[in-house]
Design a protein around this ligand. Sequence first.
Ligand code: CP
Ligand code: NVA
Length: 303
Amino acid sequence: MNDFVAISECSTQELHELLDASGSLKAFYQSGKRDLCLTGKTLAMLFEKPSLRTRISFQVAMTDLGGYPIYVKPEDIGGIGKREPIKDIARVLSRYVQGIMARTFEHQTVIDLAEYADIPVINALTDWSHPCQAMADCLTIREHFGRIEGIKIAFIGDGNNVARSLAFAAGRLNMKLVVASPRGYELDEPTIQRANSFTADCTSQTGDPFAAVADADVIYTDTWVSMGQENEKEKRRRDFAGFVVDVKLVEAAPKHVKIMHCLPAYRGYEITDDACECPGSIIFDQAENRLHFQRALLKKLMA
Ligand code: CP
Ligand code: NVA
């Protein structure tokens, strides 16, 4: 494993190893110990979009491991692929640093960086996928349920980048994912087919949120308006009416259901404040586990 670009490109064994390493390293750091395996190594962090969790958790993870993170916003380098070709950025950075993480609009940008860089490249969210998020989510599920296999996630809302990475995680790690979306916002058919080629019938689509949650272990949602879609905000908010994760939907699920959201949450839209704050909510455990997963990922790719 040289890069971390998509969960669909990783094997089941690699993903389990990463989750195991995340759990062990989390316990190791929580016991006050430090593993300075990335001393003298630098990570370039390229961002085309805003970030709280990804930016800070990668910076902390890199620092925890003795390494040095450099935060690069688009203006700093004149835009990825704008001032100079992506393939040149990848090769120049390969002469200075030992790893690249990138948050971009086009998924192809991360693929191109990985193709031309001689160093590991990590996908920190593209319009197409968010694999670090889905893996931190799997770690969180494993901690709360004691297992991943057979867990059923009802994803309510947009069939977006987060939903897609969860579908690939479901396929590779033998979970069930049902995505409940309004017409026109479903998870695309090639993604569903790809996920189901890893584990038969692991991912499905419905138009009925109540049917989706009826036997769910987890209710998951994400914003209706992803970064870059701000000009569709009003239309999306109209189209997604009826797909809100609220207490009524939570109460239609089994008693043990956990509520997940990758954050940032737009309370009052895709999720209500009381659903965010309800006893089953594990949204901040998810956010924390971004750090623990990424620390293990950086160690695996860069040490
Ligand atoms: N969940 C997530 O990736 O958050 P940020 O956009 O704040 O990084
Ligand atoms: N789907 C959201 C996820 C944010 C972490 C977006 O792409 O904006």
